[in-house]
Design a binder for this molecule. Structure first.
Ligand code: ATP
Length: 307
């Protein structure tokens, strides 16, 4: 009999732990000695440029392919060795459209998924189908991109998994369906302890949920920020720099990008505000204006700086 991991093994307070995780495809290193820890119950938003390794990370957590090096645990289990058990605990919304049975109807697709899920909740599945207006009688191959994504959202959520892996969750959804997805996620999170790893090119859409923001660069975690750091330390400042001072030579200001020449510059940075104020004061730089960056601009600045 297949063991299930639902709810997570008591005592596993870390949902995902990767150490030195390395995954290669021939000569391409998709994950390069990646270190990551996601506590149970955390909503982790992952950003990274195209090809950074976001999908590969999710597929490795699902046990699709073994890493060449390093360790990976999902609720304390090894995804490659305990694939079925780990996958039972995961709701996965993949980015792509690949599906081996395109002639299946939406209803058959969901029955097929339910057959593998002992925790499938038929009432919740029905509600999700109504919320996402899933065309149950349509064949998968005849569905629009958004219709198929909505079907997949139902399949990812209907067994109320303790871990959600969402790859570009709002991709293909119209604005009304995006709103419903956010409302549904909020409902799921309020009712059950759920860990979420969401990869996105639109982090601002998940800003209300994000407890951590991770920046993946060329297969490595470049930066991980807590909510407090996102809110307090992601800053845009306008500074006045006296003649003769080169701000670029001052260490530890946390500047991610600089714009402007002459006495005034606009900086996007990641810095503790009081420390920044003190460092600027000591350097003779006047902070004229300061505002929080917000998740979108902060992510862009971090991605630019990590190039
Ligand atoms: P995007 O934002 O474009 O979706 P991503 O961050 O999800 O990108 P991945 O799909 O994980 O990136 O790809 C990471 C790297 O690994 C890329 O260079 C990609 O070409 C390579 N790669 C991924 N899967 C394979 C595969 N099956 N065979 C060969 N190379 C692969």
């Amino acid at each position: 009999m297949t063991e299930t991991l639902h709810p997570p093994t008591p005592g596993t307070r870390t949902a995902i732990r990767a150490t030195g995780l390395t995954r290669r495809f021939g000569s391409v290193t998709a994950l390069d000695r990646l270190d990551l820890e996601i506590p149970t119950g955390c909503f982790f938003v992952l950003v990274g440029r195209n090809g950074a390794g976001k999908t590969t990370l999710m597929e490795t957590i699902l046990g699709f392919g073994a890493p060449q090096d390093g360790t990976l645990e999902c609720f304390g289990l090894h995804p490659h060795r305990k694939g079925a058990q780990v996958r039972a605990a995961i709701g996965y919304l993949p980015e792509g459209r690949a599906w081996p049975y395109p002639r299946m109807s939406g209803a058959s697709f969901l029955s097929h998924e339910a057959a593998f899920r002992t925790e499938w909740d038929p009432e919740w599945a029905d509600r999700l189908c109504a919320t996402f207006e899933v065309p149950l009688h349509q064949r998968v191959e005849a569905m629009s991109k958004g219709e198929f994504r909505r079907l997949r959202i139902v399949a990812a959520l209907a067994h109320r998994p303790p871990l959600l892996l969402l790859d570009e969750p709002s991709d293909g959804l119209d604005p009304i369906m995006r709103e419903r997805l956010h409302e549904t996620l909020a409902e799921q999170l309020s009712e059950r302890e759920t860990t979420v790893l969401a990869a996105t090119h639109r982090p601002e859409e998940l800003a209300g949920f994000a407890e951590r923001l991770g920046v993946l660069r060329a297969g490595r975690m470049h930066t991980v920020l807590t909510r407090d750091q996102m809110d307090r330390e992601g800053l845009e400042v306008r500074v006045r720099i006296p003649e003769g001072i080169d701000a670029g030579t001052i260490d530890n200001l946390g500047v991610l990008s600089r714009e402007g020449e002459g006495p005034e510059e606009l900086w996007h940075l990641l810095a503790e505000p009081d420390t920044l104020a003190e460092r600027c004061r000591n350097a003779g730089i006047e902070v004229v204006e300061r505002r929080p960056l917000g998740v979108r601009e902060l992510a862009i600045a971090l991605l630019e700086a990590s190039k």
